[in-house]
Design a protein around this ligand. Structure first.
Ligand code: ME8
Length: 500
């Protein structure tokens, strides 16, 4: 049986359009999915949208639309974006779909019967933008500890999930599974949170009188489900929990929940407890990546600094954008987004290094070999070949550690070595001196390296890799247009133009 790889992204809120942060997670997930497919695994890559809750209800009201109509409209923006960014997901789940809502209800019933869900009077503070409850001891001056916005005081009867009952178990689980949460800074953060706080039971319902836009609690029609409880369940509703046992058995547990560091606690505390209460296995890994800032600032509508992914794609091309996000910042750390940083990467790594290697190699085949590779001749035992052959294994390891930037770094070492090989070999002299055999083996090695590169790079830059593959597939090599044209910073109006 094929090895399976079940990979998920967060389900994004649809109250506003996606920005570079959302595209970051999906580009990272897509790259992983493509690598695992290359390795012959049965990949299930799930993404989707989180459509219930107060935040969405408010946005719909502002747009003068019914919640579901609003959701339908917004979802298409996400779907289109993923298409434009070449995101190769296998499944897209919406929390308003029947296949999801039925599972949420089923799980509420199971946990209620089991006694892990109970009704109680609750009083606390609510942050609408974060959809999070806080108790007195957690807040200062009626402001949300996360976003600092004003909280609302709330008192009502609700259903609670017994987080407290599972705290001891979770601490033990985390302690005995050092690879459960990554990077290690996030692992330590979760463990220290669990060891230094007493978990309060989680309020998983909302009275319909206050919020009607949610999944009805099956045993209490006056309540709807809290949006986080609803959304987390997508990771098992999409793959058949309770209705397609074969599929569920095939893919669960998830091999990787890829998330941003902002939603670590929901994934590393609440979700494992829900799973444990259901008697299910834990996901193999929760990886929380870092945060993109714009310059030094958080991106937000109110600051007017939200960067739209499509605008970046139009300016720089899809693959430059994908490359930049995964190359510029070690995955797990925060990054600072700017046009200058993308342009620098494009001009140096893509135009100068990779683009140049491809272009000059094709030019040499044209010039020295009339466009056709020599039919005979040996590649020879050059250090460049050995480095290139080693690469695939090294990358397997780096991708296994979800370390994109060091993966790209290793690839670029070989790209640079290949460029240096051209300069050191001086093929123009070989031609002059009539050293045909050496010239043959020189070009065969370069083409070998480029072909290998195009495979290795394709999870990162699918379109460019395909173009390289087409150019170098047969022994007849055509010189195409430069793949990554330089951005001329000295252009008079200082604007950046589409890369064509
Ligand atoms: O939290 N930098 O949805 P969301 C990096 N619906 N990544 C960023 C980012 C940034 N500046 N901004 C957003 C939710 N992200 C819930 C999730 S899951 C069952 C429910 C990415 O629309 C990152 O992956 O607020 C982050 O975790 C996610 O978007 C939050 O998306």
């Amino acid at each position: 049986m094929l090895k399976k790889f079940y990979l998920t992204t967060p389900l994004y809120y649809i109250n506003s359009t996606p920005h570079i942060g959302h595209s970051y997670t999906n580009i990272a997930a897509d790259t992983l999915a493509r690598f695992h497919r290359q390795w012959g695994e049965d990949v299930y890559f799930l993404t989707g949208t989180d459509e219930h809750g107060q935040k969405i209800a408010k946005a719909a009201a502002q747009a003068n639309l019914k919640e579901k109509d609003f959701a339908d409209k917004m979802v298409s923006v996400f779907v289109e974006l993923w298409k434009s960014l070449d995101i190769s997901y296998d499944d897209f789940i919406r929390t308003t779909e029947e296949r999801h809502t039925a599972v949420v209800k089923n799980i509420l019933n199971i946990l209620h019967k089991k006694g892990d869900l109970y009704l109680d009077e609750y009083s606390g503070w609510y942050c609408t933008p974060c959809e999070t409850f806080w108790v007195d001891s957690q807040i200062e001056e009626k402001n949300c500890p996360d976003c600092k916005r004003q909280l609302e005081k709330i008192q009502e009867k609700n259903f609670f999930l017994k987080l407290s009952k599972y705290q001891g178990w979770l601490i033990e689980y985390v302690k005995t599974h050092p690879d459960f949460i990554k990077p290690v800074s996030r692992y330590n953060e979760v463990l220290s949170f669990l060891e230094n706080n007493t978990l309060t039971d989680l309020c998983v319902s909302r009275p319909r009188s206050r919020l009607s836009w949610g999944i009805e609690i099956p045993f209490s029609p006056d309540h709807v489900t809290y949006v986080w409880f609803d959304a987390l369940i997508n990771y098992i509703s999409a793959i058949g929990f309770g209705y397609d046992e074969a599929k569920f058995k095939k893919y669960w547990p998830a091999d990787l929940h890829l998330i941003g560091k902002d939603i670590l606690r929901q994934h590393a505390v609440i979700w494992p407890i829900i799973l444990k209460a259901l008697g299910l296995e834990m996901p193999r890994l929760i990886f929380a990546h870092g945060w993109w800032m714009v310059g030094e600032d958080k991106m937000s509508k109110s600051r007017g600094n939200v960067v739209a992914p499509l605008a970046m794609v139009e300016k720089y091309g899809i693959d430059t954008y994908r490359y930049f996000l995964l190359r510029d910042v070690p995955f797990g750390l925060d990054g600072s987004f700017s046009d200058a940083a993308i342009i620098k990467r494009k001009n140096s790594d893509l135009a100068n290094d990779l683009g140049n290697l491809i272009h000059r190699s094709a030019t040499m085949v044209e010039k020295y070999f009339s466009g056709s590779l020599p039919e005979t001749g040996e590649i020879g035992h050059f250090p460049l070949k050995a480095e290139c052959d080693k690469l695939e294994n090294e990358l397997r390891q780096a991708i296994g550690n979800i370390d994109f930037s060091s993966c790209l770094d290793k690839i670029w070492q070989v790209v640079n070595q290949a460029n240096k090989f051209i300069e050191d070999t001086k093929p123009w002299n070989l031609l002059k001196e009539g050293k045909k055999q050496e010239l043959d083996s020189f070009i065969l090695l370069l083409v070998y390296v480029i072909r290998r590169m195009s495979k290795i790079l394709s999870p990162f830059m699918p379109q460019s890799a395909k173009m390289i593959q087409e150019q170098f597939a047969s022994s007849r090599i055509t010189k195409g247009v430069p793949l990554f044209p330089r951005i001329d910073l000295s252009s008079e109006d200082g604007k950046v133009y589409p890369s064509g």
